[in-house]
Design a protein around this ligand. Structure first.
Ligand SMILES: *Cc1c(COP(=O)(O)O)cnc(C)c1O
Length: 453
């Protein structure tokens, strides 16, 4: 792109970000680090996080008027692009009828029906307000159901900031350089066993020793929080076999993959494992359509243990909020086959540009996929677990990230994230992004030749 559109991105080195910088300074006095979720602070890539003012389709605009192609998509939810007309209408209609009742509504039933109809093994769901709440509740239910307390999770898998699940938890924590968080009591961590991902032998060994104490194995259906690291063939099936043999539950965290990898999430791509489906699932991100809505669900006989039917307590003032439920329902209903086909095209086009230009400029890279969810590792060779994912050139990623940002493309500010696309990424947005990929690869390669840090 030679003649930048005046309403388009900022082209100068470093970009022009005085308004964002001023907002960050103000924010830091009243909000720790100036942000309400750590990865937004750009700590791993440096520089000034952009304060956003509006978004439409594939575009974001910041406080300085710079325009960006959005490849964060709110970390997944904006699968239809920003301010999609159907979702906007549903939200406006719902809001006009009141914001929250603290009483049941038909919309919650519709959203639950939509989820249950898409994900076959899920017979019942309970709606909550965040992915963290979904996994926290699923773990409590698994413990209540089995009468056991130990949880097995995998290094590099993130399940929200639940105390027991914060050990070795991928992107946010990895990016931030916190191996474990202070404030998580040793007693909570002691009930969590962390194993390397894709290592079935390690799972078998732990179950051989402590199988009768383990309430559940929780895994990202296909991990996206250490970058995209799909399960090796037979891994999910192996988890199902081992957990079933020992009377433990298998919890599939589809907060990121749900309704993104396919209409039925990762399960829709991989299929139900031989030996049976996971017992519980967690959902979030896409199913909230950009609003705080999430869910956990699964086998009806397990869900029956939740209050008020059962004795495992779980609740929420805003659970099933009418506006959030309307946004989620409208989003899921608009996720047609055409939408999933477009996601494939958008992701394929971006990945092809990365492959072509990184090869041309000799930048080590590895692209991995889970449906249209993909990430670019700055290393060569397969990434099968968190150790592999950490063994990449994060400094090169940081240079690439800023080169892209200056050219008006906003990637997730971490080397350990998927690049999120939407069906609203049209040819114009793709053109800007592809051009930026080629130029940024050249810039990263030339910087490296000059030995710049
Ligand atoms: C984002 C995410 C969560 C946490 O969801 P929040 O809504 O941020 O609390 C949990 N699990 C996975 C796999 C996620 O990607």
């Amino acid at each position: 792109m030679t003649s930048p559109d005046p309403s388009g991105p900022t082209w100068g080195e470093g970009g022009s970000t005085p308004a964002s910088a001023a907002l960050l300074e103000r924010a830091r006095t009243v909000i720790p680090g100036g942000v309400n979720s750590p990865v937004r602070a750009f700590r791993s890539v440096g520089g000034t996080p952009r304060f956003m003012t509006r978004a439409a389709g594939p575009w974001l605009w910041d406080a300085d008027g710079n325009r960006y192609v959005d490849l964060v998509c709110s970390w997944g939810p904006m699968i239809l692009g920003h301010a999609h007309a159907d979702v906007l209408r549903a939200v406006a209609e719902a809001a006009a009828s009141g914001f929250s009742f603290g009483m049941p509504t038909e919309r919650e039933v519709l959203l639950a029906e939509e989820i249950v109809s898409r994900v076959d093994p899920v017979e019942q769901v309970r709606l909550v307000s965040s992915g963290t709440e979904a996994t926290m509740s699923a773990i409590r239910l698994a413990r209540g159901f089995t009468g056991r307390s130990v949880i097995v999770k995998f290094a590099g898998c993130y399940h929200g900031h639940v105390d027991a699940l914060l050990a070795s938890a991928g992107s946010g924590v990895a990016t931030f350089g916190l191996p474990d968080s202070p404030g998580v009591p040793p007693s909570a961590a002691a009930e969590t066993i962390v194993l390397p991902y894709n290592d079935l032998a390690a799972v078998e060994a732990v179950f051989a020793e402590r199988g009768d104490q383990i309430a559940a194995v929780i895994t990202e259906a296909s991990p996206g929080n250490m970058g995209v690291v799909p399960p090796a063939p037979g891994f999910t099936e192996g988890l199902r076999r081992v957990t079933a043999a020992h009377g433990a539950l298998l919890v599939s965290d589809e907060v990121m993959t749900g309704f993104r990898c396919s209409a039925a999430g990762w399960l829709g791509l991989e299929g139900v494992p031989a030996g049976g489906a996971p017992d519980l699932f967690t959902f979030g991100k896409v199913m909230g359509g950009g609003f705080p809505a999430a869910a956990f669900g699964g086998r009806a006989d397990i869900m029956a243990h939740l209050a008020p039917e059962g004795s495992v307590y779980q609740a929420g003032t805003l659970s099933g909020n009418p506006v959030a439920a309307a946004a989620g329902l409208a989003t899921l209903q608009a996720c047609t086959d055409d939408v999933y086909r477009r996601l494939d095209v958008v992701a394929g086009t971006l990945a092809e540009a990365v492959t072509e230009s990184f090869n041309l400029h000799g930048i080590a890279h590895r692209i991995q996929w889970a449906g249209s969810m993909f990430s670019v590792f700055f290393r060569e060779g397969e990434v099968a677990d968190y150790d592999d994912a950490k063994d990449q050139d994060t400094a090169a990623f940081g240079r690439f990230f800023h080169a892209m940002l200056r050219r008006g493309v906003h990637l997730p500010p971490s080397a350990f994230e998927a690049w999120f696309v939407s069906a609203a990424h049209d040819d114009e947005a793709l053109e800007v992004a592809v051009e930026a990929i080629h130029e940024s690869a050249a810039e990263v390669a030339s910087g490296e030749r000059e030995g710049r840090p």
